[in-house]
Design a protein around this ligand. Sequence first.
Ligand code: C2E
Ligand code: MG
Ligand code: MG
Ligand code: MG
Length: 283
Amino acid sequence: HAKTHGGHQCHLFDLASAQQSQLQQTLLKDLLTSIQQNHIKLVYQPQACMQTGDIFCFEALLRWQHPVRGLLYPHDFLASVEHTSLIIDIGYWVIEEGLRQLSIWQKQGFHTQVSVNIAAMHLMHKQFADHITSLLQKYKEIQPQQLHIEITESAAITDFARVNRVIQQCHSLGVSFSIDDFGTGYSSLIYLRRLPVDIIKIDQSFVHNMLTNPEDMAVIRSVITLCREFGRKVIAEGVEKAEQARILRALGCDFAQGYGIARAMSSDKVVEWVSKHSPYQFD
Ligand code: C2E
Ligand code: MG
Ligand code: MG
Ligand code: MG
């Protein structure tokens, strides 16, 4: 397209995109080094059962302590990585780190589950199930049921047959799955219809507006009904207010996660937090 705008513009365009890809190259190189040097870490956000208040799981969220730029959030760096094979390296790192953390907590007498975010693209990787199998063998003290995988979109799933097979293989180990950010982007009805996942995570945008926007409330009500008919559990993300939690619970939402319960915290804060807050009192 740039060519049709003439030589000058074409030059600017090329320069801009060259700078862009240079920046991206630097970022990717930095990230690779940071993985090797342990400058990336996971923080943990609790998920609560709405009926019992039980804090049954922690979602692992990625943070990058960048040597120059300071603490970075996934939003600051994942987009550049999502379409490269580095997203696969990160995914395996995240799973292993989650298992390692579960193992540390377990040694401290704290038994829980960890939910990790894995790009849909990564699930199309041939060795995924084998890799999970060997990680679970390495961390024998962890039950596969303690590991949960959130399918996070970055690109649409193109090969449903393969992803289905991978999910089934992992299911047979005892690992469970959810669809993240349900209702947005690619993560729509076709995923619910075609992937044998256990849990649907209602995107936080619907939850944020449910008290003021009747259409968002209608989406939430419908997704909960739909999931019940499909035999899937539902978790609402982005629950910040007691009123949101009250309504979600009344609608039959199974689980909740959000700043209203707690923000993501570093692993060394988790055990103390749980001892103070579990079972969680929603009202
Ligand atoms: P997500 O998986 O949907 O995670 C929820 C995001 O919403 C997290 O942001 C979390 O801190 C934030 N959040 C939780 N509760 C609330 C709330 O009540 N209000 C508001 N406003 N926000 C809330 P975070 O940690 O910045 O992660 C953003 C996204 O980055 C994640 O969305 C996920 O898609 C992606 N991500 C995070 N960690 C990983 C990872 O290890 N691998 C991959 N592939 N993606 C990751
Ligand atoms: Mg998630
Ligand atoms: Mg989400
Ligand atoms: Mg999200």
